[in-house]
Design a binder for this molecule. Structure first.
Ligand SMILES: Cc1cc2nc3c(=O)[nH]c(=O)nc-3n(C[C@H](O)[C@H](O)[C@H](O)COP(=O)(O)OP(=O)(O)OC[C@H]3O[C@@H](n4cnc5c(N)ncnc54)[C@H](O)[C@@H]3O)c2cc1C
Length: 403
C-alpha cells in the first residue's frame, strides 16, 4: 500500500487526501494549524462559493494557463459536483453561475470532507508545520519545525500561497518546493482591494455603485465600493486578477450608454432640472455624492449654480468623465486582505495530467501553491479541488504503476 503525505489541510489537500485514500493509499495530512480547513469556512462570506458553471480557461491566469487544461479534462466542474454530492453536499447555482452548498454554509462543505476523511481512515496531524522535505533511499522524509520527522512514498504539497496568512498559508510551501529545485515566480496579492489616490474616494467612503471598472487590458462590470484607501467591491476584486503595471483604474458609471447618447441625455436632464442646483442635478440618476464628485472632477462648479447653466462644453466634459472616471493606482491592499496569490510554483515543471513534479518523481503539488490563479467567483476553489483530486489519485496509484 502506498504511503502518501499531504502537506496542508486546506481545500486542495483535503480533496487530495480523499482521492488518494479512495484509491487505496494510506494517507496522512500534515497541517500547520490547530485544525484543517480553516480557510474554507471563510470562503464566499461564510457560504463557500464552491465553483462556477462558467469555469472556462479564460477565468484563469499564470505563466502557462494551458496547464489548467489537464484538470479540465480529468476532473472539472461536473466531476466536482458529483464528488461533493457523493459526500452528501447538495448545491445550488445562482444566475451568474456561482455554485454554493444548498445549506448556504461553508461549514457543511468542511464537515462533509471531514466525515469522508474519517470514513477512509485518513490520519490527520495538526499543529505540524512542515519545514522541509528530503528524499532518501526512494522515500521522502517530512521534517517539521517542531516534532518528529515522518516518512512517505509520495508527497503532495498543498500548502496554499501567501494570501490570507491569518487563515494558515504563509508561503512555506514555496521553500519546500525550492528545496527540490523548483522555480517560484514572483508572487503578489490578487482578488484584493486597490489603493488609489484618496482625495475623491475618501469623501465617498461606504458608497456602492454598479459600474464597469477598467485597467489597461481588462474590464469588469459589477459592484464597486468606495473606501478611505481606494476601491473595493466584486468588480475591483476580479479586476486585480489582471493587474500588472497599470497606473490607473477607470470607472464607466453609465456602461451600455455611448458617450454621445450620454451627452444628449445630460443636455436633456439640464433642461428638465433647469432650476435645480447642480448639487442635486443627479438626483434620481446616480448616488447624490457620487454625482457631485463627478461634477467636481469635470470642473463644473460651484454646485450652487442652477442646472440650466451647464454649458455644452461642460456637458461634454461631464459625459467624458462619467465614461472614464480615472483614479491613480497606488498599489493593492496587503496579503491579509487578498483572496488568492498571483504567481507561485512554475507549472512547466509539473505534469498537468498528474500534478507530479518533472524534477522529482513522487513529488506532487496542487492548489494555490502552483502558479495558477482564478477570477473571483468560485474559480480558485475549483482549481484547488481539481488539482488536489488529480494529485491524490496519481500519488496513490504511483507505486502500483511501478510494480
Ligand atoms: C476570505 C477568503 C474568501 C475566499 N472565498 C472564495 C470563494 O468563495 N470561492 C473561491 O473559489 N475561492 C475563494 N477564496 C480562495 C480560495 O479559498 C483559495 O484559493 C483556496 O482555499 C486554495 O486552496 P489550497 O488548499 O491550495 O490552499 P489553502 O486553502 O490556503 O490551504 C493550505 C493549507 O496548508 C496549510 N499549510 C501551509 N503551509 C504549511 C506547512 N509548511 N506545513 C503544514 N501545513 C501548511 C495551511 O495552514 C492551510 O490549511 C477565498 C479566499 C479567502 C482568503
Amino acid at each position: 500500500m502506498n504511503n502518501v503525505a499531504v502537506i496542508g489541510g486546506g481545500a486542495s489537500g483535503l480533496v487530495a487526501a480523499i482521492s488518494a485514500a479512495s484509491k487505496g493509499a494510506r494517507v496522512t495530512i500534515y497541517e500547520s494549524g490547530a485544525r484543517v480547513g480553516k480557510k474554507i469556512l471563510s470562503t464566499g462570506n461564510g457560504r463557500c462559493n464552491m465553483t462556477n458553471m462558467n469555469a472556462s480557461a479564460e477565468h484563469y491566469h499564470g505563466a502557462d494557463v494551458g496547464f489548467v487544461r489537464g484538470a479540465r479534462e480529468k476532473f472539472w466542474v461536473g466531476d466536482t459536483l458529483g464528488f461533493f454530492l457523493s459526500l452528501g453536499v447538495m448545491t445550488k447555482t445562482e444566475p451568474d453561475g456561482r455554485v454554493y452548498p444548498y445549506s448556504d454554509k461553508a461549514s457543511s462543505v468542511l464537515d462533509a470532507l471531514r466525515l469522508k476523511l474519517d470514513a477512509l481512515g485518513v490520519r490527520t496531524v495538526t499543529s505540524y508545520e512542515v519545514k522541509s522535505v528530503k528524499r532518501k533511499n526512494n522515500r521522502f522524509i517530512i521534517i517539521p519545525y517542531r516534532g518528529e520527522s515522518e516518512t512517505a512514498d509520495a508527497v503532495i504539497v498543498a500548502t496554499g500561497g501567501r494570501a490570507a496568512p491569518d487563515l494558515g498559508s504563509k508561503g512555506g510551501g514555496y521553500d519546500i518546493l525550492k528545496g527540490f529545485g523548483h522555480t517560484i515566480t514572483d508572487t503578489r496579492p490578487s482578488l484584493v482591494q486597490i489603493k488609489t489616490e484618496t482625495e475623491t474616494v475618501k469623501k465617498l467612503k461606504g458608497i456602492k455603485i454598479t459600474a464597469e471598472a477598467s485597467i489597461d487590458g481588462a474590464s469588469e462590470y459589477g459592484e464597486i465600493l468606495f473606501t478611505d484607501y481606494g476601491l473595493s467591491g466584486i468588480a475591483i476584486f476580479s479586476l486585480t486578477a489582471y493587474l500588472g503595471k497599470q497606473k490607473t483604474v477607470s470607472l464607466d458609471v453609465m456602461s451600455g450608454t455611448s458617450r454621445e447618447e450620454l451627452t444628449a441625455m445630460l443636455t436633456e436632464r439640464a433642461r428638465l432640472m433647469s432650476d435645480v442646483p447642480l448639487e442635486s442635478y443627479f438626483t434620481g440618476m446616480l448616488d447624490k455624492r457620487v454625482g457631485q464628485a463627478l461634477l467636481k472632477t469635470a470642473g463644473i462648479t460651484p454646485l450652487s449654480r442652477p442646472s440650466r447653466t451647464i454649458t455644452k462644453a461642460e456637458t461634454e466634459r461631464l459625459a467624458a468623465v462619467m465614461k472614464k472616471w480615472e483614479f491613480k493606482i497606488e498599489g493593492t491592499m496587503s496579503w491579509n486582505n487578498a483572496q488568492t496569490t498571483k504567481g507561485g510554483a512554475l507549472t512547466s515543471e509539473f505534469d498537468k495530467n498528474t500534478m507530479e513534479s518533472k524534477i522529482v518523481s513522487g513529488l506532487y503539488a496542487s492548489g494555490e501553491v502552483l502558479d495558477i490563479d482564478g477570477d473571483c467567483g468560485g474559480y480558485n476553489l475549483q482549481w484547488a479541488w481539481s488539482s488536489g483530486y488529480i494529485a491524490g489519485m496519481n500519488a496513490a496509484l504511483r507505486k502500483e504503476n511501478k510494480q
